[in-house]
Design a protein around this ligand. Sequence first.
Ligand code: SAH
Length: 276
Amino acid sequence: MAPSRPRFPLPLDAVRSGDRGPGARRPAAAPEPPMLRPQAPLDAAARDRARQTVPAGLGLDSEQVRERLIRRLEAQGLRDPRVAAALRAVPRHLFVDSALAQQAYEDTSLPIGWGQTISKPSVVARMLELLIAPQPAGRPLRLLEIGSGCGYQAAVMLQLGVSRLVSIERLRPLHELAQARLAPHRGDRLRLVHGDGRLGHAPMAPYDGIIAAAGGEALPEAWLAQLAPGGRLVAPLARSPGGPQCLAVVDRMADGRLVEQRHEAVLFVPLESGVA
Ligand code: SAH
């Protein structure tokens, strides 16, 4: 029997597992994990700036410097070798201002201008691990990112065996920054869009994975509509404007049903409307 089509927009409660019918389940109660703070306050980033973390004699281009970060992330729980390899492949220092490059391999967020920050590597790792967990290794992925920022996470996603990546940014200067940083990757697989990511990008839908680097109070209708069967959405979500956020994961099952889980508390910049 075909399930009834969900009506949009879906408030968080409507995609709770309890409403999803047979087979849906709530995640088992687990101890509260620590809050992930991908966009730490800028003053903290400025404070961090004083610290020199690259051992004397090692340049930022050194694979050893990047490898140290990957090993730290693995010690913190990173398990998926596809995500570890993707993070290993991308020189993060090339995506931040040269004055901040010395901190690029610390697990910290850094300012990228216009009040925005590049997410912490551990948060990028966690979200990408969740994003591709349902996908078998080796299958080309069609991915959508909301919030290109400086383009770092998009560069990591391009290493995940994508057949197509669309990344949307609402702030034109950051869209242009991502274009510049990702210039070596321009081509058929990558499309950078200046626009309101809440609308997704219908011309290239559907997507096997949709990831948002900014959080709103509801999951936009377009994201759920553009999620392929077997696909997964990972996004920060708040219950009320400015309220606490958690990581929401929504799977579109093969029969079209949506199943939602909620994970740890996070703190992302707000998902804004319109473009600037
Ligand atoms: N993935 C980025 C992190 C960017 S921070 C990186 O690796 O650098 C979040 C970004 O989301 C900001 O650049 C912000 O401008 C953008 N953003 C917020 N609301 C948006 C929306 N509705 N559409 C597109 N981008 C949005």
